[in-house]
Design a binder for this molecule. Structure first.
Ligand SMILES: Cc1cc2nc3c(=O)[nH]c(=O)nc-3n(C[C@H](O)[C@H](O)[C@H](O)COP(=O)(O)OP(=O)(O)OC[C@H]3O[C@@H](n4cnc5c(N)ncnc54)[C@H](O)[C@@H]3O)c2cc1C
Length: 445
């Protein structure tokens, strides 16, 4: 009997998590990655964003632990910093500092290269998984009728790599190639027409640097200082593994992120609180400064396509790439992987199995439902900036007004604070804040 085989394009967070879920349903899973992957916690060309602060929301952390039992302990062993999301955090937003009180919501600060490395190692312990690194997927292979994807074409990225294969047959291909995915072109080439797209221009600019402390430790593990719209600056300072601190300075639209030390200090001084500027006075640089730009929030609506080939699903940033400042990308990729697992688990009870007619589009629709809330939250925040152009959803003005009131309450009201943090960490929907006591305080408090 032939063995079932799934191929995953991309060995970043979405691809690694998807591969783990596929091992429950396929005899073999091959993850194809164009980069040569580092043996430890190091950056690499295919994920340039990894140098910058990556918040792992608590919902994402819980899903990762479910997929890879023991991962949280492993991360802590490798130096990840566990912090209470309130008492260990200084957070200035919409003109107020949030209360600092134990919230019981424990977040993990870690550099993105370390997180990805430990997740990759956990995945590679699965005997069904094969990693084909240093290989680029160059196209899809489809049946002559083009209604089903049956594999991918691959090529080595450089001549030094021996050619393992040029064609990988697959019962299911998971495209997790990130924001720069070629899935839209591949689908057009197969005759499926253009993928509908929503794009919101925010032109987010990041600038980051690692530091070590030369003076006494501050009384926080994390500090977030956010300008109030229409001003666009944000400073994020995290303690990460190895007694290092990661500073990421962000801005949007026509403002620029600092490129050198002097500009970094001036930017820190322009933030709505003194903590990061003070930190810089007693910190020693431990890396160069790196910059990154994300021009738009980009959502590709595969779920809206009239036709979609079987044997292919698209998830992670290849489907939706958020404004990174809200820290939702990895967690939303995890939600997409949970949706994939649910579709695969449900197969057989009147629901199509992977590869059967209806599975692929059914998954893309389930993914769209899973993404809807984070997308609404992040674009809603973006539309709080009057300079951001785009179609505002009906009622978004009222929602933003309500959330601003809740944010002001987080300075003085523990209930509002914990409720708000749960929404931010995608542990509950914003509607959970519509409780009588909070509503009373929002309107009359
Ligand atoms: C500046 C910045 C800051 C961010 N901060 C946060 C944050 O705080 N919290 C958070 O949760 N998220 C954050 N994100 C988002 C996060 O990085 C992504 O959502 C996350 O990495 C999941 O993406 P992905 O796996 O879908 O794609 P990517 O991480 O982009 O990875 C795609 C992978 O596919 C490989 N690949 C691409 N094409 C091919 C091909 N044809 N063949 C083989 N391999 C291929 C690439 O080399 C890469 O390894 C941030 C993003 C940016 C840009």
């Amino acid at each position: 009997m032939s063995q079932s085989h799934a191929v995953v394009v991309g060995a970043s967070m979405a691809g690694l998590m998807a591969a783990r879920v596929l091992t429950d349903h396929f005899d073999q899973v091959t993850v194809v990655e164009r980069d040569h992957l580092p043996a430890g916690a190091a950056g690499r060309k295919g994920v340039p964003q990894a140098f910058h602060a990556h918040t792992l929301l608590i919902r994402g952390k819980l899903i990762l632990e479910e997929l890879f039992p023991g991962l949280s302990a492993d991360l802590t062993w490798h130096g990840a910093v566990e912090s209470d999301s309130s008492s260990d955090l200084i957070w200035h937003q919409h003109g107020v500092y949030k209360m600092r009180t134990p919230s019981g919501l424990v977040a993990t600060s870690i550099s993105r290269p370390l997180l990805e490395w430990r997740v990759r190692e956990a995945l590679l312990r699965e005997p069904k998984v094969r990693l084909l690194e240093g290989h680029r997927v160059t196209g899809l292979v489809a049946t002559p009728s083009r209604d089903r994807v049956v594999g991918v074409e691959v090529e080595p990225v450089d001549a030094s790599v021996p050619v393992d294969a040029t064609l990988l047959q697959a019962d299911l291909v998971v495209e997790a190639g990130g924001r720069g995915t070629r899935a839209p072109q591949w689908l057009e080439e197969l005759g499926y027409g253009p993928v509908p797209v929503t794009e919101i221009r925010t032109n987010v600019a990041y600038s980051s640097r690692y530091f070590r402390l030369a003076g006494p430790a501050p009384d926080f593990n994390m500090c977030i200082l956010m300008d109030q719209p229409p001003k666009t600056r944000v400073g994020v300072l995290f303690k990460v593994e190895g007694d290092r601190w990661l500073l990421t300075l962000q801005t949007m639209l026509d403002d620029t992120a600092p490129k050198d030390e002097e500009a970094m200090i001036a930017f820190a001084r322009s933030l709505p609180g003194p903590q990061i500027a003070r930190f810089l006075e007693q910190a020693v640089p431990d890396s160069d400064i790196q910059a990154h730009r994300t021009p738009t929030n980009l959502r590709r609506h595969y779920e809206q396509m009239a036709r979609f080939p079987e044997g292919l699903v698209v998830l992670g940033d290849a489907c939706t790439s958020f404004n990174p400042r809200y820290g939702q990308g990895m967690t939303t990729a995890a939600l997409g992987v949970v949706a994939l697992r649910e579709c695969l688990d449900a197969a057989g009870e009147g629901v199509p199995a992977a590869g059967a007619p209806g599975f692929a589009l059914g998954f893309q629709k389930a993914l769209a439902r899973a993404i809807a809330l984070p997308w609404q939250a992040s674009t809603g925040e973006d539309f709080a900036f009057p300079q951001v152009v785009g179609r505002r959803a009906p009622g978004s003005g009222l929602i933003n007004w309500f959330m601003r009131r809740i944010i002001r309450l987080t300075a003085v009201d523990r209930d509002a604070l914990v409720g708000f943090l749960k929404v931010v960490h995608l542990l509950q929907p914003p509607t959970a804040l519509l409780r009588p006591r909070l509503l009373w305080r929002v309107f009359f408090g």
